[in-house]
Design a protein around this ligand. Sequence first.
Ligand code: GUN
Length: 288
Amino acid sequence: MTPTAKIIDGVALSKQLREDVAKRTAALKARGVTPGLAVVLVGENQASQVYVRNKVKACSDAGLHSVLEKYEAAMTEAELLARVDALNNDPSIHGILVQLPLPAHIDAHKVIEAISPAKDVDGFHVASAGALMVGQPGFWPCTPYGCMKMLESIGYDLRGKHAVVIGRSNIVGKPMALMLLQKNATVTVCHSATADLKAMTLQADVIVAAVGKRNVLTADMVKPGTVVLDVGMNRDDAGKLCGDVDFAGVSAVASHITPVPGGVGPMTITMLLVNTIEAAEREAGVHP
Ligand code: GUN
């Protein structure tokens, strides 16, 4: 099959958005405020180590202040809550990110709820989720927020369109559905108990695949002209990074598609920077 879909390049879009963050950072610094992000990592999870390194590097590249606090897996929940409390009260820190997953003996929900909503740049606090739900200002989770920016970048008008989200996680699927709804799409959320996924996706104008499993979406499940966003991060049999979408097949049917790597992935970190500069601007009373 011939690939006809246009690629939505997450690296190029990220570059553009990060330049804007860098400009806003410079403007805040000129007013004596350096935006700061604290990234907290507990334990030795290999993937988490890579993620946090990338997040901290992206901050310094854009001129933001960042601190990486690494703790041993044996850290107690009380100790972690005390660190979050200290960061809540640290004026040099505008955003707090506690990398997930946390060790099993720590209640992740309790830790996230301990983060001040004003510094919740991951958008995981129930106050942030509630704000998104009712359309009030708050921090949006970075991955679905990045997906919305990708749709915006191709000038896609969601009004009256049918968007199908595959996956219902609190981090991607559910907030994604709310963001699409806010832009006047008709939204269907599919998940592991959906009876006939293909019947749903064939009706879609936009598909967001966020399951974490290879080949969840194949060419026969997509009608011509659909926009396909792939949130998956998997490994194929050869150990190569791949998404949830059969890229080769679907790119012969879709109008636009995001690649993996180089699609949604870089946008997640970019939106973390956007949320952090936004947190710092709000704190400083600046509205760009
Ligand atoms: N673990 C995997 N993705 C994320 C993320 O976006 N934020 C946090 N805090 N942990 C994660």
